[in-house]
Write a protein that binds this ligand. Structure first.
Ligand SMILES: [Zn+2]
Ligand SMILES: [Zn+2]
Length: 198
């Protein structure tokens, strides 16, 4: 959905449901979140909508998220997605569920790959990692330069996959061509998605 339109829609819904709220008026802002579609910040009094998800998905996703967060405002902090919030969700036209149920939600691309040269686990990530990291399977929880992960852009990873396989240690199945999957299950770190409004 177009971001300008999404922002317009957010302000319309805020006006419709939150203009009678006491205290400072509620605001809207986009977030860079890739973990949550939306957020309700009670302290700073704003409703946030994930820019990456909004750009990639249809209006229905943005609208559902905004209504979901408005229900959080009306329900107040500390009630989670319990009955108080659910009642409010229904009132403002949101599905009374914690997680987005839109099945064909388009996710932002994971453009960076972390590769362990030793165990060959590959973990896709959304953003370039600023800090050096090591494989927690091969090493431990603490950073260990002996098991430092290689970071590659998605393109470089795809282009170099064959070469990487040769530097990545002995082929565990001799005679078989080496395969590096772009999407293996993360063997270290968690890449689980929480597609929910918080
Ligand atoms: Zn490893
Ligand atoms: Zn929520």
């Amino acid at each position: 959905m177009d971001l300008k339109e999404a922002e317009g829609l957010a302000w319309e819904l805020i006006e419709q449901f939150l203009s009678a709220e006491r205290g400072r008026p509620w605001q809207f802002r986009f977030t860079r979140s890739i973990r949550a579609l939306g957020v309700c910040n009670y302290l700073r009094r704003y409703i946030g909508l994930s820019k990456p998800y909004t750009e990639l998905n249809p209006r229905a996703v943005a609208e559902e998220t905004i209504r979901h967060e408005i229900a959080h405002v009306l329900a107040g902090p500390g009630v989670g997605h319990g009955p108080t919030w659910q009642k409010r969700a229904v009132e403002v036209g949101a599905s009374p569920v914690a997680r987005c149920r839109i099945s064909d939600l388009v996710q932002p691309p994971r453009n960076w790959m972390l590769l362990c040269p030793r165990c060959r686990a590959v973990t896709p990530c959304y953003r370039r990692q600023r800090r050096r990291a090591s494989c927690s399977v091969c090493g431990g929880k603490k950073f260990d330069p002996a098991y430092e992960l290689l970071q590659l852009s998605r393109e470089d990873f795809a282009a170099d996959a064959a070469e990487l396989a040769t530097i990545a240690g002995p082929n565990p199945t001799p005679g078989q061509p080496e395969q590096l999957s772009l999407w293996p299950a993360g063997r270290f770190g968690t890449i689980t998605e929480t597609l929910k409004g918080s």
